[in-house]
Ligand binder design. Structure first.
Ligand code: GDP
Length: 699
C-alpha cells in the first residue's frame, strides 16, 4: 500500500464558504505561504480521513472561472494544467453556495472537463429551509456526473460525508460535462488531429490563457492554430453560454425554490446600509467606534508589554555579569523583541474587527459605497480599510490590502498607506505642538493645538490620496480592471473563521516584519553604544576634567557621561555629518541624531532627544519639554525649537518614511525591495522639501 497522502484541491467562487470548509477539514493544521514570485497566498492544510488515509488540502484562491483575469486565477489554471506539479490534485473539491448554485457551477463544469475527479460540495445547507430551497441530490449527481456532499460548514454538517467521498475519490467519473468540440466543431477536429494525445479542453485553455503549461509548447499549439483575438473572445463567450445552458437545464429539475418562503430582510438592510447618505453616516460611525476601541483596548496590553520588557531589560542588566553580551541583550535584543511584540494588540484587534465586518457581509457594502469615490484616485473601494487602519499603524493596514484583487490598485494602496497619520507620530506631534503652538482658543471653543493636530491628520490623508492619483498616472502596470463586488447575504460571523484569521495575520506579522525590526534595533544599539575615538572611549575622564571645578551629583555626572558618549558614538558622528544637509531645515546635529535613529521607528524621536538633552527620567515629559524649550543655538542665542523649526519638524514627520517595520512589510507584501526603496526615497524626499520650504519661509 502506498503511504503517500492524497492531494485535494479546494476550488470555488469567492464567498462560497471555501475557507470555512477548509477550516473544518484542517483546523489549525495549516501552512500559509506565497506562491513563488507573486503575492498570492498559498494555503495548505492536512487532514486525517477515514481508513487511515491522509490528505494534503490545498485551498486555492477564490475563482469565478478558468478564464484567467487575475493572478489568483492564473494560479488555479497553472496547477490544473500541470500534471507534474507536486500539488496536482488527485481529486478536486468544488465548493458552491446553495443560494448561488447557478453561477457557482460554471467553474465546476470547466474543471470537470479537464477530466479531474471532481466532488461537488453544496455548502450553506442550513439556509435552505429559510429560503425555501429543495434539492434533488440523486438527480444532480447523475446529470453532473459526480458525487455531491451537502454541507453546512457553519454547523459542521456533512463534513464527515465529504471526507468519505474524498477517500473513495477513485469511484468518481472522469467524464466531462460538456464536449469541448461544441465550441467550434471544425476547429476542434483539426486541433485533436494535430495533438491526438491531449485533452481538447486543455488545449483550448492553452490557446486562450496566458499560463505556463509544462508538457506542451504553447507557441507550437498557438502558431498552428491562431485565431484573431476577437474571434477567440467570441468563442470564449460561446463556451460560457453553452455552459450556462447546460447548468440551467440541470437546475430546472434538480433545484426548486418556493418563493413564498423566501422573504428577504436583505433587501431592506441593503437599502439602508448602501444609502446615498445614511450609508456613509453608518460606515463612519462604525469606523469611529472601531478606532476608539482599538486605541483604548490596546493601551492596556501595550503598556503591560512595555513595562514587562523594560523590567526584563533591567533585570538582565543587573543579574548578568556586565559586559558586551549583557548590554546587547538588555539594550539591543530585548527592547528589539519588545518593539515587535508591542504591535500585537493593535494588529490583533484590527483584524478581529475587519474579519467580523468581512464575515458578516457588511464589508462588501462598504466597498460598493466607496468604490466610485476611490476609483477617481486610482484606488479601489477596498482601499478604504487600509487607509483608515493606517491611523493605528501602517503594518496591519498594509497587510489588510490583501483582499484587493487588482494588483495595481493594491500596490498603490500599499505605497500610499504610510502617509496616514499612525499612532507612532502622535508622541512626536504632541511634544512639538506643545512647544511651538500657543495653547489658545479660536472662535471661542476650538483649541488651537487640537486644530493643528487635526490638520496634520488631514494632511496625511490628502498626501495619500494625491500620491495615489500621481502613481496611478505614472505606474505602467497592466492589470485587468474587472471589478466584481459580491453582495453576499448577511450572516452571523463564524467565530472559528475570525479566530483563525486573527491568528494567521498576527503570525505573519511577527515572522515577516519581526526579524527586520529586531535586526535594526540591534544595529541602532551598536551605533549608539560604540564610538571610534578617545572622545567616546574615554568619556568618563573627559567629563571629570571638564567639571573639575564644579561639584556634580551622581545623576548629573552620569547624564553628562551619557551625553558625551552619545555625541561621539557612531550615531552621534552621523548626526554631525548630516548637519550641513539639515541646517537649511532649521535643525542642529542633535536633532539630526534623533532623525537618524527615528528612521527605524518614529516614536524613538522623543526618547532620543531626551537622552541627548541628558534627561535622566525619560517618562517625565515636562522635563524633556522644558529642556527642549531651553535649548538655544550657540551662534545666534535664539531658541532651537521656535515656530519655524517646529513647523518644519512637523511637516518632516508627517511625510517622511521613518519606519523600518513598514518597509519590511512592504517588502513582504510586494515581494521586492524596489517598492519599499521607492517609498523611502519619495516620501523622505517630499518630507525634506516640505520642511525646507516651511523653514525658509517662516524663519
Ligand atoms: P470563501 O470566500 O469562499 O473562502 O468563504 P468564507 O469561508 O470566508 O465564507 C463566506 C461567508 O459565508 C462567511 O460569512 C461565512 O461565515 C459564511 N459561511 C460559510 N459557510 C457557511 C455555512 O455553511 N452556512 C452559512 N449560513 N454561512 C456560511
Amino acid at each position: 500500500m502506498s503511504v503517500q497522502n492524497i492531494n485535494v484541491s479546494l476550488i470555488g467562487n469567492p464567498n462560497t464558504g471555501k475557507t470555512s470548509v477548509f477550516n473544518q477539514l484542517t483546523g489549525l493544521n495549516q501552512q500559509v505561504g506565497n506562491y513563488p514570485g507573486i503575492t498570492v497566498e498559498k494555503k495548505i492544510g492536512f487532514c486525517k480521513l477515514p481508513n487511515n488515509v491522509k490528505a494534503n488540502i490545498l485551498d486555492l484562491p477564490g475563482t469565478y472561472s478558468l478564464n484567467a483575469s487575475s493572478m489568483d486565477e492564473s494560479v488555479v489554471i497553472e496547477l490544473l494544467l500541470n500534471k507534474n506539479d507536486k500539488l496536482y490534485p488527485d481529486v478536486a473539491v468544488v465548493v458552491t453556495d446553495v443560494e448561488n448554485l447557478k453561477r457557482n457551477l460554471l467553474i465546476y463544469t470547466q474543471i470537470k472537463d479537464l477530466e479531474i475527479p471532481t466532488i461537488l460540495v453544496i455548502n450553506m445547507s442550513d439556509r435552505m429551509e429559510r429560503k425555501g430551497i429543495t434539492l434533488d441530490i440523486p438527480y444532480l449527481e447523475d446529470k453532473l456526473k459526480t458525487k455531491i456532499a451537502l454541507v453546512s460548514s457553519r454547523k459542521g454538517l456533512g463534513i464527515d460525508e465529504l471526507k468519505e467521498l474524498i477517500v473513495s475519490y477513485k469511484n468518481i467519473a472522469h467524464e466531462p460535462c460538456l464536449n469541448a468540440s461544441v465550441i467550434d466543431p471544425e476547429y476542434f477536429e483539426h486541433l485533436q488531429k494535430a495533438f491526438p494525445n491531449q485533452l481538447m479542453y486543455k488545449l483550448w485553455l492553452v490557446i486562450t490563457q496566458d499560463v505556463n503549461f509544462s508538457n506542451l509548447d504553447r507557441n507550437e499549439v498557438r502558431s498552428s492554430f491562431t485565431k484573431s483575438h476577437s474571434e477567440l473572445k467570441r468563442l470564449q463567450q460561446k463556451e460560457t453560454i453553452k455552459r450556462y445552458q447546460f447548468i440551467n437545464d440541470v437546475l430546472k429539475e434538480g433545484l426548486k425554490i418556493d418563493t413564498s418562503i423566501a422573504k428577504d430582510i436583505r433587501a431592506k438592510l441593503d437599502r439602508v446600509l448602501t444609502h446615498k447618505i445614511f450609508g456613509y453616516v453608518i460606515f463612519f460611525a462604525i469606523l469611529f467606534l472601531i478606532f476608539q476601541s482599538i486605541f483604548s483596548w490596546s493601551t492596556i496590553p501595550m503598556d503591560f508589554i512595555d513595562s514587562t520588557f523594560a523590567s526584563l531589560s533591567s533585570w538582565v542588566a543587573e543579574e548578568l555579569p556586565s559586559g558586551i553580551l549583557t548590554d546587547l541583550l538588555s539594550q539591543g535584543i530585548i527592547p528589539g523583541i519588545g518593539g515587535v511584540i508591542i504591535f500585537i494588540p493593535q494588529i490583533a484587534f484590527l483584524f478581529l474587527f475587519i474579519s467580523i465586518l468581512e464575515e458578516s457581509g457588511y464589508m462588501s457594502r462598504v466597498v460598493f459605497l466607496m468604490d466610485k469615490i476611490m476609483r477617481r484616485f486610482g484606488l479601489s473601494g477596498k482601499s478604504v480599510v487600509p487607509l483608515i487602519s493606517g491611523t493605528a499603524c501602517a503594518i496591519p493596514a498594509i497587510m489588510a490590502t490583501r483582499n484587493i484583487e487588482n494588483w495595481k490598485e493594491r500596490l498603490i494602496t500599499i505605497l500610499v498607506t504610510p502617509f496616514t497619520t499612525c499612532s507612532a507620530r502622535l508622541p512626536v506631534y504632541a511634544i512639538i505642538i506643545s512647544l511651538v503652538i500657543p495653547s489658545k482658543r479660536v472662535f471661542g471653543v476650538l483649541n488651537l493645538q487640537g486644530l493643528t493636530l487635526m490638520a496634520l491628520y488631514v494632511l496625511g490623508f490628502v498626501a495619500a490620496i494625491l500620491s495615489a492619483y500621481i502613481l496611478n498616472k505614472v505606474l505602467k502596470i497592466n492589470s485587468k480592471t474587472y471589478f466584481v463586488v459580491e453582495m453576499p447575504s448577511y450572516k452571523m460571523p463564524l467565530l472559528k473563521n475570525v479566530g483563525i484569521n486573527v491568528v494567521e495575520k498576527t503570525k505573519a506579522f511577527i515572522v515577516g516584519a519581526g526579524k527586520i525590526i529586531l535586526a535594526i534595533s540591534i544595529i541602532l544599539w551598536f551605533l549608539a553604544s560604540y564610538g571610534p575615538g578617545k572622545e567616546f572611549n574615554d568619556a568618563e575622564n573627559i567629563v571629570k576634567e571638564r567639571f573639575a571645578t564644579t561639584a556634580l551629583d551622581e545623576t548629573r555626572y552620569e547624564n553628562e557621561v551619557a551625553s558625551q558618549k552619545l555625541e561621539n558614538s557612531y550615531i552621534g558622528l552621523m548626526g554631525r555629518a548630516i548637519e550641513p544637509a539639515i541646517q537649511p531645515l532649521g535643525y542642529d546635529w542633535k536633532i539630526g541624531i534623533a532623525l537618524i535613529s527615528s528612521f527605524a521607528a518614529r516614536e524613538v524621536f522623543v526618547g532620543t532627544l531626551a537622552t541627548i538633552y541628558s534627561v535622566g527620567d525619560t517618562d517625565n515629559e515636562s522635563t524633556i519639554k522644558s529642556k527642549m524649550q531651553a535649548e538655544v543655538r550657540p551662534d545666534t542665542g535664539k531658541k532651537v525649537f521656535d515656530f519655524a523649526t517646529g513647523i518644519s519638524l512637523l511637516l518632516f514627520y508627517a511625510f517622511a518614511m521613518q519606519c523600518a517595520s513598514t518597509l519590511a512589510i512592504t517588502k513582504k507584501e510586494t515581494n521586492s525591495w524596489k517598492w519599499p526603496a521607492m517609498q523611502l526615497v519619495f516620501m523622505s524626499g517630499l518630507a525634506y522639501f516640505a520642511a525646507l520650504i516651511a523653514y525658509q519661509l517662516l524663519k
